[in-house]
Design a protein around this ligand. Structure first.
Ligand SMILES: Nc1ncnc2c1ncn2[C@@H]1O[C@H](COP(=O)(O)OP(=O)(O)OP(=O)(O)O)[C@@H](O)[C@H]1O
Length: 300
């Protein structure tokens, strides 16, 4: 299990780093094995910052990240390499992960040098081949090619297969399909769903609610660095309680929903709890409104 406990990130900003900006504010949630959790929020809400802290690409200002009870914030050396064997990330823009002057094979070579130096060449080739097969690619079809000779979907699949080469049990998927066309998106979503069935846990970072709904069993809604609502995807989407979640959901155009339904959703404030002002973050607390469904309210 991967657990985020009161995770906070403050960036230094401005001239001479004199300013401070809290991009992630006291965020806590868990991702269980074999579960997909969507982290949903508008641009700038802190989603990627959370992903990067999990991947140790950014330091944590305060709070903890634990993998199977072990605090990973301070691990180093061999232990950090072990962590990266289990936890990997794939990002939005497949093109920027490749150097255009090198063949795509190069993304595997770095991994070989760090983790698989002891393998014989033939064993290594078999390992890459089987990782590519897991994402529906054939070595002969993609290896030895330059990035511009492959599609965005193929490049993204190669990056996922690279993560699978390790014994990865958690994948941080940061907007990994937002730059792909609609049919390739579905391919990659279905691939993630298959990997999930195989036991992979995924933090699916997206600003696109419908993608989160499609793939995940748990949804965490982020607003200006705060979790405002979280719970099972069905509950959060079908019975949103926080104003912000409602606004987000009602702003998604749906062919099966008429404007009057959206109006009534917005007017139905029956369960709506007092929203918070992000400037008053010290007074927030998460309230369990029904089992495993949490909403942020102002602390009295
Ligand atoms: N290195 C940094 N220094 C200062 N501020 C930063 C830094 N990285 C991110 N931020 C700020 O932190 C906030 C959260 O950024 P983040 O990239 O996590 O948002 P996001 O929800 O992933 O947005 P998007 O969907 O657009 O990628 C933003 O206001 C951003 O400008």
């Amino acid at each position: 299990m991967l657990e985020l406990i009161n995770l906070t990130k403050v960036f230094k900003t401005g001239a001479f780093s004199s300013g401070r900006f809290k991009a992630v504010n006291n965020v806590s949630f868990k991702i269980e094995r074999g579960e997909v959790t969507s982290l949903i929020g508008e641009s700038g809400s802190g989603k990627s910052t959370i992903g990067k802290m999990i991947l140790r690409l950014l330091t944590i200002t305060s709070g903890e990240i634990k993998l199977d009870e072990r605090n990973i914030s301070t691990i180093k050396g061999a232990e950090l390499r072990q962590y990266y064997k289990k936890v990997q990330g794939v990002f939005q823009d497949p093109f920027s992960s490749y150097n255009p002057i090198f063949k795509v094979d190069r993304v595997f070579e770095n991994l070989h040098d760090v983790f698989f130096k002891e393998l014989r060449q033939s064993e290594w080739i078999d390992k890459v081949d089987s990782a590519l097969k897991k994402v529906g690619l054939d070595s002969e079809q993609v290896l030895g090619k330059y990035p511009h000779q492959l599609s965005g979907g193929q490049l993204q699949r190669i990056l996922i297969s690279r993560a699978l080469l390790l014994d990865v049990s958690f994948l941080v998927a940061d907007e990994l399909i937002s730059m792909l066309d609609a049919s390739t998106r579905i391919d990659i979503l279905n691939l993630l769903a298959d990997l999930k069935k195989g036991g992979l846990s995924i933090l699916f970072i997206t600003h696109d609610l419908s993608l989160g709904y499609y793939l995940s069993e748990k949804a965490v809604i982020l607003y200006r660095g705060h979790v405002v609502e979280m719970g099972s995807t069905n509950r959060v989407f079908l019975n949103p309680i926080h104003h912000y979640t409602r606004r987000l959901i009602s702003s998604v155009p749906r062919l099966d929903r008429k404007w009057k339904d959206i109006d009534s959703l917005q007017k139905n404030e029956k369960h709506s709890l007092k929203c918070f002002d992000p400037a008053e973050d010290g007074e927030l607390e998460m309230v369990e409104v029904e089992k495993d469904h949490y909403v942020a309210v102002k602390r009295r």
